[in-house]
Design a protein around this ligand. Sequence first.
Ligand code: ZN
Ligand code: ZN
Length: 174
Amino acid sequence: MLKVNLMDLDREGQVQVQATIAPDDPLWENLDLQLEEGVEVDLTFMATPTGQVIARGTLTFVPRLQCRRCLEKIRQPVQEEVTLVWAPRDEFQTAEGEEDAGEIRVLELDSNELDVTPAIREEVVLARPVYAVCRQDCKGLCPRCGVNRNEETCDCVLDEPDPRWDALRALKED
Ligand SMILES: [Zn+2]
Ligand SMILES: [Zn+2]
């Protein structure tokens, strides 16, 4: 669990957090996400005069992906620039000036520590690619015989009429 001590933050004005969260950390459980390596966290936390906590930095990770066209495994590291904002509940409505900050999270004031792992989990899930291809010109699998058309050529004829037209044609003939 990654925590930032708010007392330290108040005293120092700025706290840097650098850590690697293991790919088998319970944090990633129950997500549709598999990681090849640990998630590298590099964030600088700052306290604002209005009581907010702002973290800026990067999350770097390597999701286990499959090419959507040919189904080959791909290694596609992601480096996501993030800005995270926490605000005390009563300041929540008045948090301002961070239009590109995205979601503002609640800063619980009954603890001296801010647990940043839920935010990291959310950001990683948002940042992972949902449509991955091994390369832009990937030819994919042959829809008839299933060969990987990047590696083999087959003799399948693919410009046959769309079978949906058959249904229309059948209707006309009735
Ligand atoms: Zn591919
Ligand atoms: Zn084929």
